[in-house]
Design a protein around this ligand. Structure first.
Ligand SMILES: NC(=O)C1=CN([C@@H]2O[C@H](COP(=O)(O)OP(=O)(O)OC[C@H]3O[C@@H](n4cnc5c(N)ncnc54)[C@H](O)[C@@H]3O)[C@@H](O)[C@H]2O)C=CC1
Ligand SMILES: O=C([O-])CC(=O)C(=O)O
Length: 313
């Protein structure tokens, strides 16, 4: 019997891509291939080698290679797309749509050719629309094309709740629905600490300010960094999704999924709670929403549709 290590390719060796590659290797989820453009081949090789040289110290046995040649990525189990430009202060994620749609589509042509059986996770922004672009460029079944937003948005929301109550982040539960924009929908009614609904512990005003801070959480980091966007928590989010798939954990995780009637939306990519396992998105949960929650989700869906309409597929 030959046991093969899993192979994970990360496209884009910038802040999010490099951080993701390192975290995946540290968790020994498989061997990692880090891909960037030919003009950056040496720096990409250098980053990969530098990470690999941390392995004797940290005691991980994952291999990491840097390359601009997709042949090195051939037959990857998972491909993560972080390629593209990031926003700067004063910009919205939607401002990136034209540049990043071109990049994501060209990356997907290579994935389709070299990794036809892979599960693809998209990070590049505006991520709902980029997942849509990737879905069409790849031609893969919908369970294998997954966008990342909900893990990160939920992590921010849970961080703020834990800070508010001064309790362990491990005891905070909640999730965020909708698009990865300023009108995303943190679901207060489904949020709890240690099983106690948060609205019995935190005042309405404070909850509203946590919800609002979550919605603009990406922008808060962009403004602080001054020249780029968040990467530690985004990378951790990608790693959680990768682990759920490679270990067939069947975790309940909000991800950007293709909707064909769920929540009343058709032909739309939007953040919804799913089961994430060995087959990618294995199930979408359709929750009963109040009129207010549905109206908020409709608004978020509308924003996503507007950006998606700019992308030619
Ligand atoms: N969905 C989400 O929750 C999040 C999305 N993002 C998005 O992820 C993207 C990457 O962000 P960062 O890593 O901070 O940016 P970055 O600028 O540090 O890295 C992007 C990398 O992509 C590479 N790249 C560009 N075109 C490429 C191509 N055709 N093939 C391969 N590589 C290519 C660049 O050379 C660069 O190294 C941005 O669009 C950002 O907005 C970032 C954080 C969270
Ligand atoms: O805000 C950005 O541009 C990057 C991102 O999506 C996030 O950190 O949520």
């Amino acid at each position: 019997m030959t046991i093969q290590r899993k192979k994970i390719t990360v496209v884009g060796a910038g802040f999010t891509g490099a951080t993701t590659a390192l975290m995946i290797a540290q968790k020994e989820l498989g061997d990692v291939v880090l891909v960037d453009i030919p003009q950056l081949e040496n720096p990409t090789k250098g980053k990969a080698l530098d990470m690999l040289e941390a392995s004797p110290i940290q005691g991980f046995d994952s291999n990491i290679v840097g390359t601009s040649d997709y042949e090195d990525a051939a037959d990857s189990d998972i491909v993560i797309i972080t390629a593209g430009i990031a926003r700067k202060p004063g910009m919205s994620r939607d401002d990136l749509v034209n540049t990043n749609a071109g990049i994501v589509k060209s990356v997907c042509e290579n994935i389709k050719r070299y990794c036809p059986d892979s599960i693809v996770i998209i990070l590049s922004n505006p991520v709902d629309a980029m997942t849509y672009a990737a879905y069409h460029a790849l031609g893969f079944p919908k369970n294998r094309v997954i966008g990342q937003s909900g893990v990160l948005d939920t992590a921010r929301y849970c961080t703020f709740i834990s800070q508010e109550l001064n309790v362990s982040v491990e005891d905070v539960r909640g999730f965020v629905l909708g698009g990865h924009g300023d009108d995303m929908v943190p679901l207060v009614r489904y949020s709890s600490v240690g099983g106690i609904p948060i609205d019995s512990l935190i005042s309405k005003d404070r909850i509203e300010s946590i919800v609002q801070r979550t919605r603009v959480g990406g922008g808060e980091i962009v403004n602080l960094l001054g020249n780029g966007s968040a990467y530690y928590a985004p990378a951790a989010s990608l790693v959680q999704m990768t682990e759920a798939i490679l270990k067939d954990k069947k975790r309940i995780i909000p991800v950007i999924a293709y909707l064909e009637g769920e929540y009343g939306y058709h032909d739309l990519f939007l953040g919804v709670p799913t089961i994430l396992g060995g087959n990618g998105i294995e199930r979408i949960f359709e929750l009963d929403l109040t009129t207010e929650e549905k109206a908020a989700l409709d608004q978020s869906a509308e924003s996503v549709r507007n950006v998606m309409s700019v992308v030619t597929v």
